[in-house]
Design a protein around this ligand. Sequence first.
Ligand code: SF4
Length: 348
Amino acid sequence: MPAGSKVLRSASALVEAQLIKPQQLAALKNVASRYAVAIMPAVADLIDTAYPHDPIALQFVPDERELESHPEESADPIGDDAHSPVLGVVHRYPDRVLLKIVNVCAVYCRFCFRREMVGPGRGALTGAALTAALDYIARTPDIWEVILTGGDPLLLPPRRLKNVITRLAAINHVKVIRLHTRIPIAAPKRVTPALLRALRSGKATFMVVHANHPRELTDEARAACARVIDAGIPMLAQSVLLRGINDDAETLGALMRALVECRIKPYYLHHADLASGTAHLRTSIAEGQALMRALHGRYSGLCQPQYVLDIPGGHGKSPVGPTYLSADGSQITDFKGVRHVYPPRSPD
Ligand code: SF4
């Protein structure tokens, strides 16, 4: 793919890079004026333009269908705003908060659940807002874990990231720092020794990388993840179940295996949120459950993420199965789909 070394940030740039056709330009300019577009060179290089439904293109190249909204969709599908006690903090669960320090991303996912909140020009928390957010965390002793998210926190320059992490680590009751990011995959060169030094704080630190298709785990991305893990930061992965991208057992299984081979534990498989203009990428929950059954039947336990739904309105994540135990607890289904009575009846 002839993307060169530029970040593609507009519909016109996508035409130049031959990722969309000139006749799509007008419609996709409208999409790009509503929802941010950015495709890093490492990601553009992965797109196979010969394939009309390339799973990498579907994730990042805008689509006219994004302008179609449905009544069940919303600008804040997981209800961040309803649980934001101060700017930049989302306090949904008792023992942990999100700290949204930056509202820009290296790439903009077409299914993003925060698509109305992230984008160029939305910047980072100001110094005063960051101090207010850290003050909230400091005066709330129930907060055991802080999740740096955004946007993508690893887009902050290492010195600024270090400053945030050092200040968080100084809060005694904060025992765990977690970072949610796309950077090791979307911009692996940014995983530098300076960045890794910035993450060192003495507190338990985890990195959760977002990956949806096995092709995202290029040699360069794998090397970047290895640098993180070798620096003492365990990695987990979160993926979103997406129509046409990873909604078949082979692709999903290959993704989970590739992650585990990189020493990354699959953590969540998110059911796609009801974000505006994303219906064409969503599956049904029944389809997701069938895929989880297929994973359970064919792949190692290490390759099993938890399938979760963020309940609209800000009510948090809940696992959405499938379940293997019958409602009355009398039967259990095995990995081949065979039901067994539990406890087994003793032979007479
Ligand atoms: S990286 Fe995360 S926050 Fe950024 S566009 Fe993708 S899903 Fe949204």
